[in-house]
Ligand binder design. Structure first.
Ligand code: NAD
Length: 305
C-alpha cells in the first residue's frame, strides 16, 4: 500500500519536516505558483501551508484525496473553510503558537515610543549625537488601556505589570470579575480611551471591530496617548489616526499592521511620531517552530486515523 502523501506548499523549518519522510511521501511546491499547486495537490492526502498558498474551491476540486489542510500559523484568511468543510476536508491551524511573540513585540513597541529608540538609533547611525533631542518619558506610573482581553491582551497585561503601570481593559466578553482577578480594571471603551496614556489593541477584525478606533474615539483621547496596533489593520481608522497625529491631538502610534499591507501611499510611516514594523508580530523562530510542530502533529494524527 502506498504511503500517505503530504504536500508542503509554503516553507517550513526543515528540521521539523525531516522526520516526516520516514512515514510519509513528502512533496514540496511553491503555493504561489498556481499551476504547480493544482498539479501537485492531486495526489496529496494532506496539504500544509502558511499564508502564501490560497486554498479555494479550485484547489479543493483538484484534490480528490485531500483529508486535511493545515495552516502553520493563525489566520485562515487564505483558506475557504466553508468549501473545505463541504468537501469533507478538515482544516486546522495553530491559534496559540505566536501569542507570546506578539505580546513581546507589543511591549517592545511601547518602550520604543516612550524612549524614541528607532529615531535615536537612526540618528546615531547617521553620525549624529543629539542627546537632548531624544528626551523620553517613563512608562512607570502611566495608564495602559488594553482593548481585547483575550490570549494576547492578557499576556501583555502580565508583561507590563512589573513596569508599575495602571492596567485597564475593555472587552465586552470578559467580565469585570475576570479582569479584576488579574489586576486589571474593566472600563467601557470611551472611558478607557479617555483615561489611557497607552492604548493597545488585541481584538480580532470583525464587522463589529472594523474602525473600532476612529475619529470619535480619538477625539476622546488625552494628548499624551500613544496607540499600539499589533492586531489587524482595519481596527483603526488610519485616516483619522493620521489626522490626530499630524495635529498633535495624540502623542504617537506604533503599528505592526495596516489596512493595506504594505501601506503604500499611507502618510503614517512617514510621521515622526509613528514607529512601524512590517507585520512581524509572529515573526520569531520560536513562534514559527511552534506553529509548524502543532500542525504537523495534527497532520500525523489525521493521516493515522
Ligand atoms: P483572542 O481571540 O484570544 O482575543 C481577542 C479578544 O478580543 C477576546 O477576548 C474577545 O472577547 C475580544 N473582543 C472581541 N470583540 C471586542 C470588542 N468589540 N471590543 C473589545 N474586545 C473585543 O485573540 P488573540 O490571540 O489575543 O489575538 C488578538 C489579535 O491579534 C487578533 O486580531 C489576531 O489576528 C492578532 N494577531 C496579530 C499577529 C501579528 O503578527 N501582528 C499575530 C497573531 C495575532
Amino acid at each position: 500500500m502506498s504511503r500517505p502523501s503530504i504536500l508542503i506548499s509554503d516553507p517550513l523549518p526543515p528540521h521539523l519536516t525531516a522526520e516526516l519522510h520516514t512515514a510519509f511521501d513528502v512533496r514540496e511546491c511553491r503555493g504561489s505558483d498556481r499551476a504547480a499547486l493544482l498539479a501537485a495537490v492531486r495526489d496529496a492526502d494532506a496539504l500544509v501551508i502558511r499564508s502564501a498558498t490560497k486554498v479555494d474551491r479550485e484547489v479543493l476540486d483538484h484534490a480528490s484525496r485531500l483529508r486535511i489542510v493545515a495552516r502553520a500559523g493563525v489566520g485562515l484568511d487564505n483558506v475557504d473553510v466553508e468549501a473545505a468543510t463541504r468537501a469533507g476536508v478538515m482544516v486546522v491551524n495553530a491559534p496559540v503558537s505566536n501569542v507570546t511573540s506578539v505580546a513581546e513585540l507589543t511591549v517592545g513597541l511601547i518602550l520604543s515610543m516612550f524612549r524614541n529608540i528607532p529615531a535615536a538609533s537612526a540618528s546615531v547611525r547617521a553620525g549624529e549625537w543629539r542627546r537632548a533631542d531624544f528626551q523620553g518619558s517613563e512608562l512607570s506610573g502611566k495608564s495602559v488601556g488594553i482593548v481585547g482581553f483575550g490570549r494576547i491582551g492578557q499576556l501583555v497585561a502580565e508583561r507590563l505589570a512589573p513596569f508599575g503601570v495602571e492596567l485597564l481593559t475593555h472587552d465586552p466578553y470578559a467580565s469585570p470579575d475576570f479582569t479584576h482577578a488579574r489586576g486589571v480594571s474593566w472600563l467601557p471603551l470611551d472611558d478607557l480611551v479617555a483615561t489611557a496614556d497607552v492604548l493597545t489593541l488585541h481584538v480580532p477584525l470583525t464587522p463589529a471591530t472594523r474602525n473600532l478606533i476612529g475619529e470619535r474615539e480619538l477625539a476622546l483621547a488625552k494628548p499624551t496617548l500613544r496607540l499600539v496596533n499589533t492586531s489587524r489593520g482595519g481596527i483603526v481608522d488610519e485616516v483619522a489616526l493620521a489626522r490626530a497625529l499630524a495635529e498633535d491631538r495624540i502623542a504617537g502610534a506604533a503599528l505592526d499592521v495596516f489596512a493595506t499591507e504594505p501601506p503604500t501611499g499611507s502618510p503614517l510611516p512617514h510621521l515622526d511620531s509613528v514607529v512601524c514594523t512590517p507585520h512581524i508580530g509572529a515573526g520569531t523562530a520560536e513562534a514559527q517552530d511552534r506553529a509548524a510542530t502543532t500542525v504537523l502533529d495534527a497532520v500525523r494524527a489525521a493521516l493515522a486515523g
